[in-house]
Design a protein around this ligand. Structure first.
Ligand SMILES: [Zn+2]
Length: 175
């Protein structure tokens, strides 16, 4: 098994192949690309194979042996002659315009639930507002996924944020 094949197995992302890996002291940089020949046009849903241009996108992914992991994806932009439009190839493991894989965002969110945004931003070497955004988005998603029709009793209370301060937060709980 080559190093690239090994990392394909470690990552477990079926849509990408690994080209090369660059080890650094604190981080691991994995260069990868799509395994597909063609991509689906999101406008007409036809398969297209004419690549207009390729550029590199970088995402943070789950840590490996304590190192920060960065995926460097060769992102392809296709051309659809029927729609006369360009479109980016999409993947299930990352959303367009995001700089982190879905599973890494989930991981950061779960870490935040058991800690503070400040601690997790230091632990993950991420800026505070990025962690805060992930936290807000994760919480919204979790609330959206919860079947509200099953809630029977709601509890509501005010919690002081810090002793001696005048800040209170209203907490609504599904009892
Ligand atoms: Zn099209």
């Amino acid at each position: 098994m080559t190093e690239a094949e090994f990392f394909e197995q470690v990552l477990g992302i079926k849509e990408i192949r690994v080209d090369r890996v660059d080890w650094q002291e604190q981080s691991l940089h994995i260069y990868c690309g799509s395994i597909f020949e063609e991509a689906l046009c999101p406008h007409c849903l036809n398969k297209r194979h004419v690549v207009h241009q390729t550029y590199e996108r970088q995402f943070r992914d789950l840590p490996i042996t304590g190192k920060e992991v960065y995926l460097h994806l060769s992102q392809r932009q296709f051309y659809c002659p029927d729609c006369d439009r360009h479109f980016n190839e999409r993947f299930s493991f990352v959303d367009l315009k995001r700089t982190m894989t879905r599973r890494y965002e989930r991981y950061v969110y779960e870490c935040c639930k058991a800690s503070t945004i400040q601690k997790i931003s230091a632990q993950e070497n991420l800026v505070w507002h990025t962690v805060n955004e992930i936290c807000q988005r994760g919480a919204r998603q979790e609330i959206d996924e919860r079947p509200l029709s099953k809630v029977r009793v709601v509890g509501m209370d005010e919690f002081a944020i810090k002793k001696g301060h005048r800040d209170y937060a209203t907490v609504i709980v599904d009892l």
